[in-house]
Ligand binder design. Structure first.
Ligand code: MLT
Ligand code: MN
Ligand code: ZN
Length: 302
């Protein structure tokens, strides 16, 4: 778990909400978090970066397994490729920071994300002036593997969420704007579901969650009107493509239905979410329900 916070991170640079202000004052029992990204390894020594957050430099600096091999070539990376679940700023800005690569990055994304990343936010075109990009297509429903990372299979599912504000279909989301990933260890068959942006749980998604050993799932907001009540935004969680945890039909109800055999971990946590406060009633409720809160540096073995 390279970064467990939503866009903005925790604390957010300009935010005076209870969490951010409390963290700065040292009065809140909580840990700072960087923006949404994971790295995944299969059988070998190579890793796949899933989402490239604006904080990727600090994330790599904190993770010896992802650094150049001691005594290796002058420029060395154990990242074999980059998989993007959408074209949003918090998941793609790190591409700018990775421009020093010696060989073109293999970047996996859907057609929709590719269009946004060559038009509204043309970072992939820009990288052509640096390391270059070898784009690989994600098609929802079609399994893929990343070259050099054996034993790790990616099964993308189209999910209900939102594309970035610079997408021409921000208000009319289309399948492929956002995907969830089922990560499967080919040797054991064990699976993890990774879904940092999930506006609704449909049948296909729930079946994937039930079949997984671990779900890493959208933990952005506790309540649907969290940003509105703070005056931080006019939008509800649902308007932003995120299913809130509490309330009828909320994420916790879905997670309850999975039963105790599935490990449940909330990711992509917004800095306003009360679950970041380790002494909050909301955090205690998660503990009662057997739901974990991801933190940066968390390691999960399937
Ligand atoms: C989101 O997940 O809703 C977006 O990434 C928010 C953002 O970073 O602007
Ligand atoms: Mn996000
Ligand atoms: Zn805040």
């Amino acid at each position: 778990m390279l970064g467990s916070a939503a866009g903005g991170g925790f604390p957010q640079w300009n935010c005076n909400c209870r969490n951010c202000a409390g963290w700065r004052a040292g009065t809140l029992k909580a840990t700072a978090r960087t923006q949404s990204s994971i790295a995944v390894r299969g059988a070998g020594d190579h890793w796949v970066l899933v989402n490239a957050s604006p904080d990727v430099r600090a994330q790599l600096a904190d993770c010896p397994d992802l650094q150049p091999r001691p005594g290796g070539p002058l420029r060395d990376s154990r990242l074999a490729g980059i998989v993007l679940v959408d074209g949003q700023v918090d998941h793609t800005t790190g591409l700018y920071m990775l421009r020093e690569a010696r060989t073109p990055w293999r970047v996996w994304c859907t057609d929709s994300a590719y269009a946004d990343l060559t038009e509204g936010n043309p970072v992939l075109g820009l990288l052509g002036h640096y390391c270059g990009v070898e784009r690989r297509r994600i098609e929802p429903g079609r399994e893929f593997v990343v070259d050099g990372v054996p034993d790790l299979r990616f099964h993308p599912l189209a999910v209900a969420s939102k594309p970035a504000p610079y997408s021409p279909h921000r208000e009319h989301p289309q399948p492929g704007d956002n995907v969830a990933l089922v990560l499967a260890d080919a040797a054991s068959g064990r699976r993890a579901v990774y879904a940092p942006g999930l506006g609704a749980v449909d049948e296909e998604m729930f079946a994937a969650m039930r079949a997984a050993a671990v779900v890493l799932i959208d933990g952005t907001f506790w309540s649907d009107d969290e940003m509105q009540r703070l005056g931080a935004s006019g939008k509800r969680a649902a308007d932003m493509g995120h299913l809130a945890q509490s309330g009828p039909g909320g994420m916790l109800e879905w997670l309850d239905r999975l039963g105790p055999d599935v490990r449940k971990i909330l990711i992509h946590i917004n800095n306003t979410n009360p679950i970041l406060d380790e002494e909050s009633a909301e955090r205690a409720e998660l503990a009662r329900r057997g739901v974990e809160v991801a933190h940066d540096g968390m390691e999960i073995t399937l």
